[in-house]
Write a protein that binds this ligand. Structure first.
Ligand code: 4AD
Ligand code: MG
Length: 464
């Protein structure tokens, strides 16, 4: 019987009673008495369990003994209409096979109601909880919806490299990739590390962003997007930063900042609506268990126009707010999450797209405005999160770009290929990056970014 094809619980719960079926999954709870046992079974296909009824005239107590919370079983039985409330159908068991036991004395998820902190310590088992089941199913749905959104619009998915020899934008400290023997580092006559002996013949790193390569794609294919892991070795232990996170970076030829903002707003609304339409059981669970305003907040984002505001006007509002911030606000300051959240949550009570930031706090490639002070950047700021998207129109003039690189005293020997896009057939273009886990924080209502990625990488944490 263990070799029978299983039906998924998600499908069974919507099926008509009256057929013989096999289910396979992990036991959530078992209760009952001498005459009858009820097992709630989950197979990961949905947050909902199916109830299995064991008539104890057909089974021995010995047979049911290893069926404990966390054990894995296969059951053949009849799908019948359930007399109890709560579920439409249940399974009357005829045969039982136990794949794997889970000793109640040592199984860490024996009891319900663990803290999120504790669950992070058992990251190898937390996918078995209802909460993480919901989160990871939503994560999948969002990933699928991202590809669907862009595919339907005629964008091409471009795979940009994970190992790179350029520091894309000074977006953050990088993780070095090397095969040099760290106990015996080769040095040149000047005493510097001899990278010609390294695997790639040069110093290389894990990428912080696929943008620069994405721009090469946009200058050929028109509209592309990347969706890959990115790495930042910042030692920032916050609920919004990971050392390894996933980013979606569309890059579009012939877009100016206005079209870039329109796309970003349409994109996020599409994804949130997709979650509301396709993940309702999972969202309802998270709404009931963690955040009673979650679904309401998601609906409101789909139906409101985002505010569009310049950095200068934003700073003005913050300075006049009378609010005590931990970090001071002044024109030129890099806005902190507390400032972003004040604008979004207290002042406008809507998502905000902030544009035209001082050039000193933004990357070299952003299009320079005529005022000589600001660049055509755009950050999308969200309730509870702060920055969810960062992007800009790109500087398409070779001359201005080279001047900026010089001003910033950047090492431009590794950027010659990037500059070639401005040398040969340059065009106005724009793009942005959506932090996938920041999006998931918003959609799931979780408050710590470690809880929306299966295996979080943060300082001093990479065990599983
Ligand atoms: O603002 P960032 O650094 O922008 C870029 O990397 C550009 N190359 C994007 C582009 O124009 N193509 O990062 C983009 C987004 C942020 O808005 C944030 O959502 C997310 O990536 N992000 C992080 N998410 C989790 N952990 C971190 N350490 C993050 N750093 C940035
Ligand atoms: Mg940013």
């Amino acid at each position: 019987m263990e070799s029978h094809k299983r039906e998924k619980i998600s499908k069974l719960l919507k099926s008509e009673a009256g057929t013989e079926i096999v289910v396979k999954g992990w036991v959530r709870t078992k209760r009952g008495n001498k005459n009858i046992s009820f097992v709630a079974l989950n197979d990961g296909s949905t947050v909902n369990n199916i109830q299995i009824v064991f008539d104890m005239t057909l089974f021995t107590e010995e047979q049911l003994k290893p069926v404990t919370t966390g054990s894995c079983i296969s059951v053949l039985g009849n799908l019948t209409a359930s007399p109890g409330g709560g579920q439409a159908v249940e399974i009357q068991a005829k045969e039982l096979y136990v794949y794997g036991t889970a000793d109640p004395e040592t199984y860490p998820l024996q009891k319900k109601g663990h803290s999120m902190e504790f669950l992070r310590e058992i990251g190898h088992l937390r996918p078995r909880t209802n909460t993480f089941g919901c989160i990871f199913r939503i994560r999948h749905a969002m990933s699928f919806a991202i590809h669907k959104f862009f595919n339907d619009k005629g964008f091409f998915n471009l795979h940009t490299p994970i190992i790179t020899a350029s520091d894309a934008e000074g977006a953050g400290a990088m993780f070095q990739v090397t095969t040099l023997d760290l106990n015996n580092i080769p040095r040149n006559p000047e005493g510097k590390i001899d990278y010609t002996a390294d695997f790639f013949g040069r110093s290389s790193n894990l990428t912080v962003s696929g943008q620069l390569e994405g721009e090469l794609g946009a200058m050929a294919l028109g509209e592309i997007y990347t969706f890959g892991p990115t790495f930042r070795a910042e030692n920032s232990n916050t609920p919004r930063h990971l050392a390894e996170f996933w980013m979606i970076e569309p890059e579009m030829a012939f877009y100016e900042i206005k079209e870039n903002m329109d796309l970003a707003e349409e994109f996020i609304k599409y994804l949130v609506k997709y979650a509301l339409d396709n993940c309702s059981d999972d969202l309802k669970f998270l709404n009931d268990m963690f955040d009673k305003e979650l679904i309401e907040r998601l609906r409101s984002v789909v139906s409101t126009d985002f505010i569009r505001l310049s950095y200068t006007d934003g700073v003005d509002i913050l300075m006049k707010s009378g609010e005590k911030f931990e970090y001071p606000v002044f024109w030129g300051a890099d806005l902190q999450s507390e400032h972003e959240r004040y604008l979004v949550e207290k002042h406008f009570k809507k998502p905000v797209i902030l544009t035209d930031y001082p050039k000193e706090i933004k990357a070299f490639y952003m299009k320079q405005n005529d005022d000589g002070k600001t660049v055509r950047a755009m950050d999308v700021l969200f309730p509870k999160i702060g920055e969810i998207i960062g992007g800009s129109q790109r500087e398409e003039s070779l001359e201005k770009l080279e001047r900026r690189i010089k001003e910033m005293e950047m090492e431009n020997s590794t950027l010659w290929w990037y500059l070639d896009t401005r040398k040969f057939g340059t065009a106005p273009h724009s793009g942005f990056g959506l932090g996938f886990e920041r999006l998931l924080l918003f959609v799931t209502g979780m408050s710590n970014i470690r809880d929306v990625i299966p295996f979080p990488r943060t300082p001093k944490n990479a065990e599983f």
